[in-house]
Write a protein that binds this ligand. Structure first.
Ligand SMILES: Cc1cc2nc3c(=O)[nH]c(=O)nc-3n(C[C@H](O)[C@H](O)[C@H](O)COP(=O)(O)OP(=O)(O)OC[C@H]3O[C@@H](n4cnc5c(N)ncnc54)[C@H](O)[C@@H]3O)c2cc1C
Ligand code: FES
Length: 285
């Protein structure tokens, strides 16, 4: 069973880490592979977190922010992130070269309930940066393929050049032990070999046992309503529909109150919530 080990006994104390690899996924989103420097911590930390958890990444005198882990604990050694340049911290991060030092705290958050998903069909729907936590869960499920039923992965992007991990998904599409469908809203250059249209159009390919399916959506907020409706049309129960939610965070561990919604701390009780939670906790969405 995956049970995240924490970096440090004092959870406010970040651990020194190094950027070992980075490359652009799109114009403003970059992939980062980061390794904890202390060799005694590398394996325990990178093999025990849950897909869907996040780390607090910081640069001294610049800032700290939460980022979903996009790697899988089934491929330990490094933490991987895909990060959009939006503000102070991420702009500075994009300026750093390979080998530069950054600091990590965590892992934090509840992550996906992987144990509850065992034996079920899995249906993923990813859009935009939502692919970050979903890639972690998908790779974990593919690395433990015998634990799950059918796997359907649907991924939408605005145009081909906006699709994160495009080449990786092209390669994954070749596998015959799961179904991967990729769509773009529009194809201005006429180069896209797959579906063109909104991601919900891809539901026409989905054939799952809805009552025994864990359905996961992660993407821009506007996507959630349409995708969740599709899950419900299929007949997936509310408590088997999962989504990740974002709130501004400071401590990441239920101490500062920054992310509180109703009686929930998004950083501890989330960021993964079920549709049942969303319907019953006011203000969550
Ligand atoms: C659980 C969780 C997981 C996340 N995972 C990821 C991930 O995998 N990848 C990723 O890229 N991001 C992720 N995020 C979001 C990320 O943490 C934020 O984008 C973070 O704020 C970036 O830090 P920054 O200092 O670069 O941006 P900030 O400077 O904090 O800016 C963030 C946003 O606020 C706006 N802003 C900043 N200052 C102002 C102002 N004065 N007035 C109005 N608007 C302003 C900026 O334009 C920008 O859109 C996640 C967030 C959460 C909660
Ligand atoms: S970020 Fe501090 S309580 Fe959630």
């Amino acid at each position: 069973m995956l049970e995240a080990k924490k970096i440090n006994k004092n959870p406010y104390m970040p651990e020194k880490a190094r950027i070992v690899r980075k490359y652009d996924l799109t114009e403003d989103v970059r992939f980062f592979q980061i390794r904890i420097i202390n060799p005694d911590l590398v394996l325990p930390l990178t093999s025990s977190y849950k897909p869907g958890q996040f780390m607090m990444l910081s640069i001294p005198n610049v800032g700290e922010a939460p980022f979903s882990i996009t790697s899988t604990p089934s491929r330990p050694g490094v933490f991987e992130f895909c990060i959009r340049k939006v503000g102070k911290l991420t702009t500075k991060l994009f300026e750093l070269k390979e080998n530069s030092v950054v600091w990590l705290r965590g892992p934090f958050g509840n992550g996906f309930p992987v144990e509850q998903m065992v034996g079920k069909d899995l249906l993923f729907v990813a859009g935009g940066l939502g692919v970050a936590p979903l890639r972690s869960l998908l790779l974990y499920a593919l690395d433990n393929r015998e634990l799950f039923g059918k796997i359907f992965y649907l991924h939408g992007a605005r145009t081909p050049k906006d699709m994160l991990f495009r080449e990786e998904f092209f390669r994954l599409k070749e596998r015959d032990d799961f179904e991967c469908y990729l769509s773009v809203d529009s194809d201005p250059l006429g180069v896209w070999p797959f579906d063109i249209g909104v991601v919900t159009d891809l539901f026409k390919y989905v054939k799952v046992n809805a009552a025994n399916t864990a359905a996961v959506v992660c993407g821009p907020p506007v996507m959630y309503k349409f995708v969740v409706n599709k899950f419900l049309e299929l007949g997936v129960p509310d408590n088997q529909i999962f989504m990740t939610l974002e709130r501004k965070m400071k401590c990441g561990m239920g101490k500062c109150g920054q992310c509180v919604v109703g009686h929930k701390y998004v950083c501890v009780d989330g960021p993964v919530f079920t549709l049942w939670d969303v319907k019953n906790i006011r203000g969550l969405i």
